[in-house]
Design a protein around this ligand. Structure first.
Ligand code: ADP
Ligand code: MG
Length: 694
């Protein structure tokens, strides 16, 4: 693993490789295609495909695949070899047509009713802005996945559309500040949390195997209360895993940068250096996949579930988002001149308005059954969306709103476009870890996404909602007589209208939801409650206006998300009932019988009272009766939920009745576990799972 710099991105057909491998004209065409989103004509595509194939074969590849991101939230691939018959042998072939477009009989992917099976074929189309790469002897071509009618069946298509939307509107705004022709880009860096557990312990737990989380499990005597794991020394086995993971990621051109232990035992985090949004999304998908693969090689399992264990922190994925220009200027950086400051304030206001107007969509973008365990528990941002700006910036905004003197040095009124903003120390902005949407110096950190989810969804929403603000701003400013005055009025008006979304306090505080309610903010605690808002008129209108989703596409997602929620909880309930009826109840019963026999023997032989045996036996019998009863309540709840015709109603019943029964069942089982000998409990306990990796 020496000399990482020469191995970095060695498996990626990136611009460097293209420059070396393509004829100059073709390379220039490729560049134009990447930079301006121009379509590649077939002659050029043929040359690129051929060069790509030669390069891939030199690297040991035999197959290629169109790699896409269906609405399952994970990636999909189908491999085709390069071989083509020639005489008695074969030659290796790969055409431009095969590169740019693929047909896929992908009828089993969720389409939310967008396709009927007789026209189930969709097609995949190359996204040349995300480079092709080689993994396990296969050339991967990142693609978008659509129906023949052009409807998006994946995560990448709407993401690319949302990037276009925000770029279009940001360009209008930048032009007003004298930056005509400058290309905006949105950037994302996602911090990925995960757990590592020993493979053998994992295999012994039906719940981990089936659902990725523990459905039962008594709390261990030690959790994360000592904070001794957070940023602690990384254990050798984990270190070896991280080394290998980094090496694989680097070869794929993924900028893995930071790694450390997280708050919970067995929990870790990896953060890459940020890059363009769609590449960042692709890279995060690859990172999650490789984490799981590499963990297996080390005899471990990587858990990406949002809440694998009760009682210790769950795993999230902070989505750091910013907007800049293609020449590297960050538009969320306050800058140093009055004009830069004014431009910064306008972009800041665009995000403030976006988060306030589309709180529901942001919440929906992170709504999954798994993430519901995190949001609102005292460890992750609450389900209420709000923004943290830090004291300095908040004071500046207040001063602008009230046209009052800013509390800084000279207590002078701040004139937008004329005065320089006071310096905003970067570290002052990152202190509040409880805010879902925090300004951290020159970017926003959206902390609500769950560890296992694709970050395409939150970025589609952020991009589109901010595009909407920018569009409104550009509309207001383009015709203005006095630009500076109009800008001042716009910024002031936006702050006034949307300041309710700004909250610098403690998001975990019990009073915050009440305060949020007084402010008129939404508190969509669960996935079904959130999803109920997806098809609200304003949301459909937003996505349609910016060409990100048609109403039909959005409805298909609504269906898929609800069904996914239902299925996840259905599987969890079934798994739980299976564990309880086939492992737990028999184990407890056998042990109780042993207690009884022991008591009998002891009292007949020694004539002693056998207080321990009798009390424990009574307690366990009470619990097993309770478990038995709740198990049938759970079965009925599932049955009743499944009977609902309407998908939303079904999801609501799962949320209320099924989850309530599961919680009660867990409580009774955990009480049993706590009073059973470890050797007689059918599963490895929390202590074993959380502290197994050395
Ligand atoms: P920390 O949150 O630990 O203080 P940083 O703030 O430096 O660390 O970065 C956290 C993540 O934010 C990293 O993935 C980083 O690359 C990303 N990031 C930094 N700047 C930007 C930006 N302009 N746009 C998007 N992401 C960014
Ligand atoms: Mg961070």
């Amino acid at each position: 693993m020496n000399d990482i710099s020469s191995r970095f991105a060695e498996k990626v057909f990136n611009l460097d490789t293209m420059r070396q491998r393509l004829p100059r004209d073709t390379y220039r065409e490729m560049l134009r295609c990447i930079e301006d989103g121009k379509r590649l004509d077939l002659t050029v595509a043929n040359i690129v495909a051929n060069a790509m194939k030669d390069w891939a074969i030199e690297q040991g590849a035999t197959h290629f695949t169109h790699w896409f991101q269906p609405m399952t939230g994970i990636t999909a691939e189908k491999h085709d070899s390069f071989i083509s018959p020639s005489g008695d042998g074969v030659i290796m072939e790969f055409s431009g047509k095969e590169l740019v477009r693929g047909e896929s009989d992908a009828s089993s992917f969720p389409s939310g009713g967008l396709r009927s099976t007789f026209e189930a074929r969709g097609y995949t189309a190359w996204d040349p802005t995300s480079y092709a790469f080689i993994k396990d002897g296969v050339l991967y071509i990142p693609t978008a996945f659509c129906s023949f009618g052009g409807e998006a069946l994946d995560m990448k298509t709407p993401l690319l559309r949302s990037m276009e939307a925000i770029n279009r509107q940001a360009q209008r705004v930048l032009k007003l500040f004298g930056h005509a022709g400058v290309k905006p880009v949105t950037t994302v860096g996602s911090e990925q949390e995960y757990f590592l557990v020993d493979q053998s312990v994992f295999n012994a737990r039906e719940d981990l195997l089936m659902t990725g989380r523990t459905l039962l499990g008594a709390r261990p005597p030690k959790g994360q209360e000592l904070d001794d794991h957070y940023y602690g020394v990384i254990k050798p086995r984990v270190q070896a895993f991280m080394r290998e993971l980094n090496d694989e990621l680097w070869q794929l051109g993924i900028l893995a940068k930071t790694e450390h232990n997280e708050a919970a035992p067995a929990q870790h985090e990896l953060a890459p250096i940020f890059t363009t949004t769609n590449i960042s999304v692709d890279h995060n998908q690859l990172t999650m996949e490789l984490m799981q693969k590499v963990a297996h090689r080390h005899g471990m399992v990587c858990l990406l579930h949002e809440k694998p264990f009760a009682g210790v922190n769950g795993s999230g994925k902070h989505n750091n988002w910013s907007i800049g220009t293609s020449n590297g200027v960050n538009l969320l950086d306050p800058g140093t001149t009055p004009f830069e400051n004014a431009q910064f304030l306008l972009f800041l206001c665009a995000v403030i308005q976006a988060v306030d107007d589309y709180q529901d969509l942001l919440r929906i973008s992170v709504a999954t059954a798994g993430n519901d365990h995190r949001l609102g528990a005292n460890e992750a941002p609450p389900a209420v969306m709000s923004m943290f700006l830090g004291d300095e910036l908040t004071e500046v905004l207040e001063a602008i709103e009230n046209e009052s003197a800013y509390g800084g040095r000279d207590r002078e009124q701040l004139k937008i476009g004329v005065d320089v903003l006071p310096r905003i120390p970067k570290d002052s902005t990152d202190r509040n870890r409880t805010s879902p949407f925090a300004f951290t110096g020159n970017k926003f950190e959206f902390r609500s996404p769950g560890a296992s989810q694709t970050i395409a969804k939150p970025n589609i929403v952020i991009n589109t909602a901010v595009a909407e603000s920018l569009m409104q701003f550009a509309d207001a400013l383009e015709g203005a007589q006095d630009f500076t005055q109009a800008l001042h009025d716009l910024i002031k008006g936006t702050i006034k209208a949307h300041k309710r979304i700004l909250f610098n306090g403690n998001g975990y505080d019990n009073h915050w939801p009440e305060e949020a309610q007084r402010r008129g903010l939404l508190n969509l605690r669960t996935t079904p409650e959130a999803l109920a808002h997806l098809m609200d008129e304003k949301n459909v209108a937003l996505f349609e206006r910016h060409g990100v989703f048609s109403a039909a596409e959005l409805r298909s997602r609504y269906e898929i998300l609800l069904q996914n929620y239902i299925k996840v909880i259905h599987i969890e309930a079934q798994t739980m009932m299976d564990m309880v009826s086939r492992d737990i109840l028999p184990a407890v019963s056998t042990f109780s019988a042993r207690l009884c026999r022991n008591a009998e023997v002891k009292s007949s032989v020694a004539g002693v009272a056998c207080g321990y045996e009798k009390a424990r036996c009574r307690e366990l019998s009470r619990l097993t009766d309770e478990i038995y009863a709740i198990c049938s309540t759970l079965g009925e709840a599932v049955h009743h939920a499944d009977a609902a015709e309407d998908t939303l109603e079904r999801a609501m019943r799962y949320k209320d009745d099924v989850i309530r029964a599961m919680d009660a069942l867990r409580a009774a089982c955990d009480a049993c576990e706590a009073s059973m000998p470890k050797a007689d409990w059918p599963y490895p306990g929390y202590t074993e799972i959380l502290f197994s990796v050395k």
